[in-house]
Design a protein around this ligand. Structure first.
Ligand code: SF4
Length: 349
């Protein structure tokens, strides 16, 4: 299937467009009533437009109210099943729709995953995330991943996975295996979604998040910026995340990694300070969440990463590779954390 992203959309996406405001997404099955602030897109946009110093001050204040500002969580991500994905996410080298040179592989075995988790633990990680390039796993896939989750939990690390859309009962199977977190990103604003992905819609994402939440698994959910969306649309993404009820425990903010062969490879660079602003606004609107610097760190200077920590980021993906794209090496990360006086945070269940 052909993808829908081209440069014309980039131009259209950068013009201000009216956004529909969605009230908080509460599941009819939700177990707990959640009292939290509801953010309009306009309110989030107003934050994004604050003078930089005022924005960073607000973000630091929110950060210090809930976290030790000098601690950073280290999470390691392993691709346990790479490539061959039938979805057409315009940013992703693992889609079968794009010729990126990523070969499709099979699900890794339990012992290989256990060894990788043990290496990550020795290197200082507290959470081990496993990614599999599926649109939606089948029952037998979920059963196999549950064994991987058990192996990771045996090492004492927290376990997280990202497997695509979950059907009824899948989240419960993973929870019984000990899964702590499920990652499922909202990707981008609802009104920009169709520009990036055509094989599913925004509501599909929300449905899986409800299943995860109702199984008692913590939610890791964020998005990607720098895909040609407007500032208003970045505000729309953050408002959607902040209005999940409750908002996610972990919020990965990814910067587009432009991979040759994907439709977004020619995307103009996002101003790095706009990325820092997005981190700050995520911190202010979701003050108790772990805000994670995720994909795209490889191309950020140390100074921009430092600003992201000041803006409230307190988690990073750590390790050599992020699924199929490079990540700063472990030594460089350790040196940066040391220069900034940041320490690895202990995992919180
Ligand atoms: S982002 Fe995930 S769902 Fe989308 S193509 Fe890549 S592996 Fe598939």
């Amino acid at each position: 299937m052909s993808h829908t992203v081209h440069t014309a959309h980039t131009t259209a996406g950068s013009a201000a467009q009216p956004l529909q405001f969605h009230p908080p997404h509460k599941s009819p099955l939700a177990r707990h009533a959640v009292a939290q602030r509801v953010w309009s897109v306009a309110e989030v946009q107003a934050l994004l437009e604050l003078p930089f110093s005022d924005l960073i001050f607000q973000a630091q204040t929110a950060h210090r109210a809930h976290f030790d500002p000098n601690q950073v969580e280290l999470a390691t991500l392993l691709s346990v099943k790479t490539g061959g994905c039938p979805e057409d996410c315009g940013y992703c080298p693992q889609s079968v729709h794009f010729d990126t040179g990523v070969e499709a592989g099979k699900l890794m075995g339990v012992e290989a995953v256990r060894e990788a988790a043990e290496r990550a633990k020795v290197a200082g990680a507290t959470r081990f995330c496993m990614g599999a390039a599926w649109r939606a796993p089948k029952d037998r896939d979920v059963a196999a991943v549950a064994e991987l989750v058990r192996a990771v939990k045996d090492t004492g690390l927290q376990a997280c996975c990202t497997l695509g859309m979950l059907d009824e009962g899948h989240a419960e199977t993973l929870r019984e295996a000990g899964l702590d977190y499920y990652n499922h990103n909202l990707d981008t604003a609802p009104d920009y979604y169709g520009e990036i992905i055509s094989t599913r819609d925004f509501q599909d994402r929300l449905d899986t998040l409800v299943r995860v939440r109702n199984a008692g698994i913590s939610v890791c959910c964020g998005g990607i910026v720098g895909m040609g969306e407007s500032r208003l649309q970045r505000a729309g993404l953050i408002a959607e995340l902040a209005n999940l009820a409750p908002y996610p425990e972990s919020v990965p903010i990814n910067h587009l990694v432009k991979v040759a062969g994907t439709p977004l490879v020619e995307q103009p660079d996002l101003d790095p300070l706009e990325f820092v602003r997005t981190i700050a606004v995520a911190r202010i609107t979701m003050p108790k969440a772990r805000v994670r610097l995720s994909a795209g760190r490889q191309s950020m200077s140390d100074a921009v990463q430092a600003l992201c920590f000041v803006a409230g980021a307190n988690s990073i993906f750590y390790g050599e590779k992020l699924l199929t794209t490079p990540n700063p090496d472990v030594d460089a990360d350790m040196a940066l954390l040391q220069r900034l006086g940041l320490k690895a945070a202990r995992a919180q269940a």
